[in-house]
Design a protein around this ligand. Structure first.
Ligand code: AGP
Length: 607
């Protein structure tokens, strides 16, 4: 939820830290700060608010060739200058940036207070700075190790010491730490987004590892001082992939990236000979595929909604029970883990803590879990037994768009692969492949209607509330549509299965609450039109999301959004796109901070 950056090398550290923080701002944006070591002293600058406020507060000339920086999403203590990172020890020697949560913060704080330490912030991170400064040991590494031995919880940290201006010490337990390798310079970040401008050679720390970075390289050890050899990997995405590319917002760029992103997800994975999907990373042989009796999809937020749509898809194509559950609910209800159930964790970032913990829960009980993940080398990608990468490209906007769509496409590939290993006929496989290959063009067609969607959005942006309804695969479409609207426009939006309307929510329908109805031309269309009538009968404005060609809808809706039809199970892929644009234009009309909506952050790495 927060972002870490660090640099050591021959260049001036400040501009590198600031440009890194800019790239990380999507991870948290309520305060930011940097600490530089210069002439054996720490210079620390911190500001509540967006990064621009910190930039404005920095002196023009800022020395120091070693430094750390942080952008924050508040957990312990409100956003303020004092609570912003880096945090500094009482003697002014140690500065720490930290992602994660110190679970025994209260106990450690009390203990340090009785030893005479005065705290200047409400954060758990400040505790780490004091612990490092007071720990025994000749080197900074030893003192960090000593301090972390007292800490319970999750952390990704970077630490500098004014008395040891030739190194940065970093450590990981549950929160990502990635080392970037340069020529006579080293970087550290919590996200490759901050590194790719400088290097694409990276090393991912694993939990329980500590690394010391200096201008000559790095060395890694475990918490109990065993040396670990780590090999670098190359980051898949280039620096340019993180640019906005002429769009006013990352969200719009990412919505328009979708035809290409989906084509990448499909690339090299469709087998026209056996009418199946090649998914090399699954690590499941044909016999193991036959043993799968059930599929359980796990994720949070939009990833969970993709899971709901995926469950429909898998159950109808593979003819085995499939269901989705929010990862946090799953992990805390002491779930029964079955050997013949295939668990699938869906996550754009690969760092969402609830999803990661659900993966760990399944694995420690002997279950098999796959990942549908976008970020290569992320924690979930490294923890699962196998999986499918989305290849959506970096997603920067807090509102997930292309990753949601590409995860659905991954689940369609999985369904095809599982289905063809079982009872799905070659003809059904061929039809599904044809439909998948038409998805990029279908999305293009949906995007071409942007000005129409903008006009509808302007009409309804003043609504205080909206309903989204659908049946079958239409229900996850509704859920994700409502999610997009509320998170970026702040308009209250609720999604219901259309059949549930008359069991309660109909009481709220009236002329000032629009209802978006997903009306794919599937077997449930007549019933969905009956739900539309229920809304109209209460004078509720209707926005119909459908395909061209059914004369019954035009006269019954206040606005119509049409997208090309697909195979029934794939309709959620293209039908999600106009709802993204609708939400975007509502938020734009209301002047919202679209890429960085209030109270949210891109990846939720704390519980
Ligand atoms: C989507 O628009 C949200 N911002 C959010 O629900 C997101 O999908 C969720 O936090 C899961 O993130 P992940 O895919 O990175 O695990």
């Amino acid at each position: 939820m927060c972002g870490i950056i660090g640099y050591i090398g021959p260049r001036s550290a400040a501009p590198i830290l600031i440009s890194g923080l800019k790239r990380l701002e999507y991870r948290g944006y309520d305060s930011a700060g940097v600490a530089l070591v210069s002439r054996r002293a720490l210079r620390v600058y911190k500001k509540e608010g967006k990064l621009a406020k910190l930039q404005a507060a920095l002196p023009k000339r800022l020395g120091g060739k070693i430094g750390i920086g942080h952008t924050r999403w508040a957990t312990h203590g409100a956003p303020s200058d004092a609570n912003a990172h880096p945090h500094v020890s009482a003697d002014g020697s140690i500065a720490v940036v930290h992602n994660g949560i110190v679970e025994n913060a209260t106990e450690l704080r009390e203990r340090l207070a009785t030893e005479g330490v005065t705290f200047v912030s409400e954060t758990d991170t400040e505790i780490i700075a004091h612990l490092v400064a007071r720990a025994d040991g000749e080197s900074l590494e030893q003192r960090v190790r000593g301090a972390l031995a007292l800490v319970r919880g999750t952390y990704g940290i970077a630490v500098v010491d004014a008395r040891a201006p030739d190194r940065i010490v970093v450590a990981r337990n549950g929160s990502p730490v990635i080392i970037g390798l340069g020529e006579h310079e080293m970087f550290v970040a919590s996200d490759v987004a901050a590194l790719v401008r400088h290097t694409r050679q990276v090393v991912h720390l694993d939990d329980g590892e500590i690394a010391v970075l200096d201008t000559g390289g790095f060395h890694t050890t475990t918490m109990d001082e065993r040396p670990i050899a780590k090999s670098p990997s190359t980051v898949e995405w280039e620096d340019g992939a993180y640019e906005r590319g002429g769009h006013a917002h990352y969200m719009r760029k990412e919505i328009f990236d979708q035809p290409e992103a989906v084509a990448r997800t499909l690339s090299g994975r469709l087998d026209h000979h056996f009418h199946t999907a090649h998914l090399g990373g699954l690590n499941l042989d044909p016999r193991e595929l036959l043993d799968v009796k059930r599929v359980k999809l796990l994720g949070c937020g939009s990833a969970y909604y993709a899971g709901l749509a995926g469950a429909h898809l898998i159950e109808s194509l593979v003819r085995i029970p499939a269901s989705a559950e929010p990862a946090a609910e799953f992990r805390y209800r002491n779930p029964v883990i079955e050997r013949d159930t295939l668990y699938v964790a869906i996550s754009q970032s690969g760092e969402t803590i609830d999803t990661l913990m659900a993966v760990q829960e399944v694995r420690q009980s002997g279950g098999r879990v796959l990942g549908v993940v976008n970020v290569v080398g992320s924690s979930i990608a490294r923890e699962v037994d196998g999986g499918i990468y989305m290849h959506a490209g970096p997603e920067v906007s807090v509102a997930s768009t292309k990753a949601y769509t590409c995860s659905l496409v991954c689940l369609a590939l999985l369904a095809l692969h599982l289905g063809r290993a079982r009872d799905l006929s070659p003809e059904q496989g061929r039809r599904l492949i044809d439909a998948m290959e038409r998805l990029p063009a279908g999305i293009e067609a949906a995007l071409a209607a942007e000005s129409h969607l903008e006009a509808i959005a302007r009409r309804y942006a003043d609504s205080r509330s909206a309903f989204y309804i659908g049946r079958g695969p239409g229900f996850p479409i509704a859920l994700e549509g409502a999610q997009k609207l509320k998170e970026i426009s702040y308009i209250h939006a609720e999604a219901y299965p259309a059949s549930e309307l008359k069991h309660g929510p109909l009481a709220l329908i009236g002329p000032d609450i629009p209802t978006v109805i997903a009306l794919p031309h599937d077997a449930l269309l007549d019933k969905s039109i009956a739900s539309l009538e229920e809304v109209r009968a209460r004078s509720g404005p209707v926005i119909a999301l459908t395909h061209p060609g059914d004369g019954r809808i035009a006269g019954r809706a206040d606005a119509i959004i049409e997208v090309p039809p697909s195979e029934d199970v794939l309709n959620p892929v293209v039908m999600g796109v106009p709802l993204q644009l609708f939400a975007y234009h509502c938020a734009l009309a209301l002047g919202r901070d679209i890429d960085q909506p209030r109270n949210l952050a891109k990846s939720v790495t704390v519980e």
